[in-house]
Design a protein around this ligand. Sequence first.
Ligand code: FAD
Ligand code: SF4
Ligand code: SF4
Length: 462
Amino acid sequence: MPNMAPKKNPMPSQAADVRNHNFQEVALGYTAEMAIDEAKRCLNCKNHPCVSGCPVRVAIPAFIREMAEGNFETAYQVIARSSSLPAVCGRVCPQETQCESKCVRGIKGEPVGIGRLERFAADWHNANSTQKPQKPASNGHRVAVIGSGPSGLTCAGDLAKMGYQVTVFEALHLAGGVLVYGIPEFRLPKSIVQKEINTLRDLGVQIETNVVIGKTITIDELQQEYGFEAVFIGSGAGLPKFMSIPGENLKGVYSANEFLTRINLMKAYQPGSDTPIQHGKRVAVVGGGNVAMDAARCAKRLGADVTIVYRRTEAELPARREEVEHAMEEGIVFKFLTNPLEILGNEQGWVSAVRCQEMELGEPDASGRRRPVPKEGSEFTLDLDCVIMALGTSPNPLIKSTTEGLETQKWGGIIADENTGLTSRPGVYAGGDAVTGAATVILAMGAGKNAAAAIDEYLKSK
Ligand code: FAD
Ligand code: SF4
Ligand code: SF4
């Protein structure tokens, strides 16, 4: 008999007033009993609508059936056939707009906690399985992958499983892309990402860090001098946007990217870190997306009083609802319908305040959201020590500017075929944020997977 409880088993979590002082994971994960109970909420629907909501088509009812029987390792193996990073996806996929949004249990209650079950199966496997993946026999073909984020790692893993000799070139000193430098430890512990990367190494993938393609080596050189027969570009969208308002050059103004990289990658929150972060007591984060929530929650954990400044209302916040709720519970203040006009500084050149303006919502703009318009005579000043700009990112133009014949969109995204990732350069494929602009982990993984299949076809036909 299925469990007809209308709500998901709640996720055990650290209390808000405890977790806002530490960087340990907020969600603690289900126990085996909770996982089995939640799995029994699945109706094992014949036409499994949930699968259509998953960009990599995880066989959701099949893995949940195994979970309900307590066969956690088998459940993991079912997921691993479609997703190479299940412990990551179970934590950070926006399930409420993907797999869970299609679950029939969501019609009269809450959907099955698919993400929570996926996380449990992956954590179970990581804790209990000692099996290392077998390195496949080499087929002698060499492929270069640029960037070690989810798109690059997925492309590299799939190609390695087919016998290709894959080398990943990563600009930073650690592999993982946004999974290590962007998403904070309290949402995605870095040991989990490291484990997934070790699995790729066991499959024979070589990872060369501190190599900036376009500076250290170009794509032409990879293809013509280093003998790589195909190249996948998964270089992400790491170039931050600013508001172009006066005062953005003051000390104490960060892009969210820099702020998060210093904290997550360089561990600036640990005493004695080589990369200190100067944040002061009063921090404002400008923006309303997931990146803004992550930056605000990090600053809170560093002891600051944090205000999120957003020019629309709570209803338009683009961040995941769960992240907004977590931020609110942790004591972050939201100033809606507020737009910064100028950042003011003290005599030493540090941020001292932000001059803001109140907004109201006007007619819908091209995105369909109501456009914020300034309210007359509503200017006010917020006293601050630090401003973090979380306004979005775009692809870095370095690769485009050093690769002959690589076509891009006006905003910098690489033009690539939707199904194969093939770019305007023969043998060069691309996917993930470098093509779509800032998106999600699972979409980047899907693009890496499609490109790996297309590269295999291309090299077989050569
Ligand atoms: P990236 O992860 O950006 O990886 C690109 C890699 O390429 C980087 O390591 C970079 O250093 C490297 N690189 C760049 N240029 C070069 C070069 N010239 N040479 C060599 N290497 C290069 N998505 C979700 O689904 N859920 C979330 O909760 C979520 N939270 C997020 C929080 C933050 C703070 C951020 C910034 C993003 C978040 N995202 C989230 C979005 C998600 O992380 C990205 O969509 C995803 O990581 C894109 O993967 P990618 O492989 O295309 O690129
Ligand atoms: Fe859902 Fe993401 Fe898992 Fe797909 S990979 S089933 S979208 S949690
Ligand atoms: Fe189970 Fe929901 Fe998928 Fe049906 S739609 S198989 S109930 S997860």
